[in-house]
Design a protein around this ligand. Structure first.
Ligand code: NAP
Length: 246
């Protein structure tokens, strides 16, 4: 058991990140929400604090910028205490077929999704090693396992998260730090609202459960991986996809 139960969650203002923050708070964990959109983040953290009775902080930081993440970690250590759980959730898409993909579309997605995961992990890992305890949970994607037309940048970033997670798991297993990835299928959030109706229809026909996932479906898997019951699970990719990819 950790001395303090504090989760550092990126992209926590809305969507899957918000659902994860709410679920962990309901489980007795204090929440440090990190996002680039500070207004929405502050109001989300307030809602969580009032409904769960846990302490929360809202910090504006860009996961793609190591210095801003390093200061966010210091602030959390001072305000809430030692970070026991890291959830690498912040992510973006910049979809296009490879022929039309701009340098920026590639670079931004890799910087935020993959380098962001590296930045947050290296900013918290020293403290976790010292505490001999840590849970690192990174949100990958079904697309990182299957590939997808128009998402070469996103698929590469998410497949990279999986290789990164397995390496973290091997490096820190002997310090009681676990590292796992979750690969959601298609989940109802602002990210998937952007999809044209015919694409959503085609997707639904490929999901044996016949529905998109909810942010809570993903949050439930995070809650389990962050719990004591999951202490012997490391280096794994948990699919939360209604059977779309097995
Ligand atoms: P979302 O609704 O777009 O929310 C993502 C959050 O991350 C937003 O609040 C966003 O802030 C924040 N963010 C973006 N860039 C950031 C940065 N550089 N630093 C800090 N925060 C940043 O996305 P979602 O659907 O909840 O997805 C969450 C994660 O799940 C992502 O990693 C995504 O790739 C993954 N995922 C989603 C699905 C799905 O179907 N939705 C499926 C598989 C995997 P802004 O307000 O500025 O945008």
């Amino acid at each position: 058991m950790p001395e303090t139960n504090v989760a550092f969650i990126t992209g926590a203002s809305r969507g899957i990140g918000y659902a994860i923050a709410s679920a962990l708070a309901k489980n007795g964990i204090d929440i440090a929400g990190i996002d680039v959109n500070i207004d929405e983040l502050q109001s989300s953290m307030k809602t969580i604090r009032e409904s769960s009775g846990r302490s929360t902080v809202a910090i504006r930081a860009d996961v793609g910028d190591y210095t801003s993440i390093e200061s966010a970690v210091e602030e959390v250590n001072k305000t809430l205490g030692k970070i026991s759980i890291l959830v690498n959730n912040a992510g973006i898409t910049r979809d296009n077929i490879i022929l039309r993909m701009k340098d920026n579309d590639w670079d931004d997605v890799i910087r935020i999704n993959l380098t962001g995961t590296f930045n947050c992990t290296r900013a918290v890992i020293k403290g976790m090693v010292k505490n001999r305890y840590g849970r690192i949970i990174s949100i990958a994607s079904i697309v990182g396992l299957m590939g997808n037309v128009g998402q070469a940048n996103y698929a590469a970033s998410k497949a990279g998260i999986i290789g990164f997670t397995k390496s973290v798991a091997r490096e820190y297993a002997n310090r009681s730090i676990t590292a796992n990835a979750i690969a959601p299928g298609f989940i109802e959030t602002d990210m998937t609202k952007k999809l044209p109706e015919e694409v959503t229809k085609a997707l639904l026909s490929q999901i044996p459960m016949g529905r998109l996932g909810t942010p809570e479906d993903v949050a439930n898997a995070v809650k389990f991986l962050a719990s004591d019951e999951a202490e012997y699970i490391t280096g794994q990719v948990i699919n939360v996809n209604g059977g779309m990819y097995m």
